[in-house]
Design a protein around this ligand. Structure first.
Ligand code: ATP
Length: 564
């Protein structure tokens, strides 16, 4: 700790030293010295509301108030003084003293120890006073008072004076007046010290200047790196590409690999559906592209700007992922207003009227959010993501909780947005909706991209057959033994057959030959079937349709890939 060793008149400044010890002595010190005090029991008055008050320090000024400003109101303070000290006394820690107080049920006092010189001038070290409250003191109560911790040298010949006052300018005190009696209950003050403390003079230890210097260097380094990154963060070739993800890999702290070398590219005007079973890595991908998590490897650019937390690229993105968290006691409109103001952007840039029309909440926008249904909350969340009409909209499960009419309106709304050249990325498990709403899809499983391309291409290339038969189980067991069949499973519409280019006629012949009636057969062109086929294929399996199998690259067009 820093210790004032004296005053140097040649430089008009205090000379400082550094007191250090091998271990922390604590507030009780490693040695204690008893300084006897004398003085009779004294009656002290606690005035109503604590006015006028004694002063130990001016609140807000701290020690700037000056040592001479301490003052104890007559009649409100009890003082107990020692004999002159035979030798100097270095105190490091909190002195303690035992006193007896009597009077009211709750007694409030302020305790301090003065350094009194031979001329009677009293100095309060560091202008510190310890407030204390003693309960149950009507009949008298003995307490040990712990005074403020100090590092202070009392000179030889000086006296110590313990003062207990009922008021202090820096504190509020009880409103009712009272009279207390204060008396010593022990021989005097116990003063702690640590003889192991040695004082180094002639300059400050190295860390006093090295620590701020190191902090400055670190700040410079961070700023420099930040500048470097910002300079590199724009890729002009991608300035018109809403989103490009290249080689994105994210492993969580617990070791879970959530996204594995994912690459994809989204062009202007597309509505991209991100599909995958639970745990496929969709939300992790969306969170990464919103700058909410730091990927291990890979780059993400939005309109050519690299994404990271706080990146300017994010100003062109509107999103909601994992629930927006509205304030329930405010109306929907107030929530939107608050959100927009928090972005610090100009009010007229919010396009609130257009957004509200799209959200379709009607008069409910002025009701408190706590009264909203799930679907209404969802609409408000979408409205929030759309504030400012961003160029790129990212929505995690936007159709959750919407009624059929809401889903229909949402579809129209998203199409309307892309018609204006905006781009939408959404994740969903509602494959029928994705098929109707999205122009493109990316199918993920276990963090990897299984397929990507226009919806019709993904549906067409999956090439599953739907066989209409009343005997599902027999059909499945016959087909599973047929060469070229990758899988067959019961389906509400019949039996879904995943095949590797086997003609439909062969499938029918095999079934009829085994005595299984066939009512109809046709290509299953639904996205759900294509999705199931993609997910069902074993890792390392071959693509289920001709034309698939390109390497995973950022291009979306016609790329189905497996077995990476
Ligand atoms: P769902 O359709 O169920 O929402 P998802 O495709 O969005 O799934 P993610 O939420 O991205 O999948 O999860 C991908 C994998 O990462 C899962 O195995 C999941 O358990 C794991 N995961 C997600 N968040 C964390 C996390 N904070 N810490 C550890 N593992 C996580």
């Amino acid at each position: 700790m820093t210790r004032v060793l004296g005053f140097d008149p040649s430089t008009d400044s205090a000379s400082l030293g550094i007191a250090t010890a091998g271990s922390y002595p604590g507030l009780n010190g490693t040695r204690r010295t008893m300084v006897r005090l004398a003085g009779p029991p004294q009656m002290v008055v606690s005035p109503a509301g604590g006015a006028p008050a004694s002063i130990s320090v001016f609140p807000g000024l701290g020690s700037l108030g000056g040592a001479g400003l301490t003052f104890d109101m007559p009649g409100q303070s009890a003082a107990f003084t020692s004999a002159p000290l035979p030798s100097a006394l270095q105190v490091t820690g909190s002195p303690t003293v035992r006193v007896r107080v009597a009077g009211a049920s709750g007694v409030t006092l302020f305790a301090k120890v003065y350094d009194v010189d031979q001329a009677g001038n009293a100095t309060l070290p560091n202008q510190l006073a310890a407030p204390l409250r003693v309960s149950g003191a009507q009949g008298g109560r003995v307490v040990t008072v712990t005074l403020p911790a100090i590092d202070y040298n009392f000179a030889a010949g000086h006296r110590l004076r313990l003062v207990l006052t009922t008021t202090d300018f820096a504190y509020g005190t009880p409103p009712t007046p009272a009279v207390y009696q204060v008396a010593l209950a022990g021989p005097g003050l116990i003063m702690p010290s640590d003889p192991a403390l040695t004082v180094v003079t002639g300059g400050l230890p190295w860390w006093v200047w090295a620590a701020p210097l190191a902090a400055l260097l670190a700040a410079g380094l961070i700023l420099g790196l930040g500048r470097g990154r910002r300079r590199d963060s724009f890729v002009p070739d991608l300035a018109d590409v809403p989103l490009e993800i290249t080689g994105l890999t994210k492993r969580y702290k617990d070791g879970q690999l959530a996204v594995d070398d994912l690459s994809l590219r989204v062009e202007r005007g597309q509505i991209l559906g991100l599909l995958g079973p639970n745990g496929a890595g969709k939300t992790t991908t969306l969170r990464a592209l919103m700058g909410l998590l730091h990927p291990e490897t890979g780059t993400i650019t939005i309109f050519g700007r690299r994404v990271h937390a706080g990146s300017p690229a994010l100003s062109r993105l509107g999103s909601f992922v994992e629930g927006p968290g509205f304030l329930p006691h405010l109306s929907g409109r107030a929530n939107l207003d608050l959100y927009w103001r928090a972005t610090g952007r100009p009010t007229d840039g919010a396009h609130l009227a257009e957004v509200l029309e799209v959200a379709g909440l009607g008069a409910a926008i002025d009701r408190k959010v706590r009264a909203y249904s799930r679907g209404m909350c969802q609409r408000l969340a979408i409205a929030q993501a759309m504030l400012g009409l961003p160029d790129l909209l990212v929505l995690d499960e936007p159709m959750n909780g919407l009624d059929p009419a809401g889903i229909h309106e949402m579809r129209d709304m998203l199409r309307g947005l892309t018609g204006e050249g905006r781009t939408v990325i959404l994740s969903s498990h509602l494959l029928g909706e994705v098929e109707q709403t999205c122009s493109h899809v990316v199918v993920m499983n276990e963090g990897r991209r299984l397929a990507a391309g226009p919806v019709e291409e993904i549906i067409g290339q999956a090439g599953a057959l739907m066989v209409g038969t009343p005997e599902h189980e027999r059909a499945v067991s016959v087909l599973r033994t047929l060469p070229g069949i990758e899988g067959a499973e019961a389906h509400p519409d019949g039996v879904l057959v995943h095949h590797d280019g086997v003609p439909a006629s062969e499938v029918v012949a095999a079934l009829v030959g085994a005595g299984v009636p066939v009512e109809r057969v046709g290509p299953s062109r639904r996205l759900e079937d294509a999705f199931l086929a993609l997910i069902a294929a074993p890792p390392g399996g071959s693509p289920s349709a001709a034309g698939g199998g390109t390497e995973a690259g950022p291009d979306l067009v016609g790329s189905q890939e497996r077995g990476r």
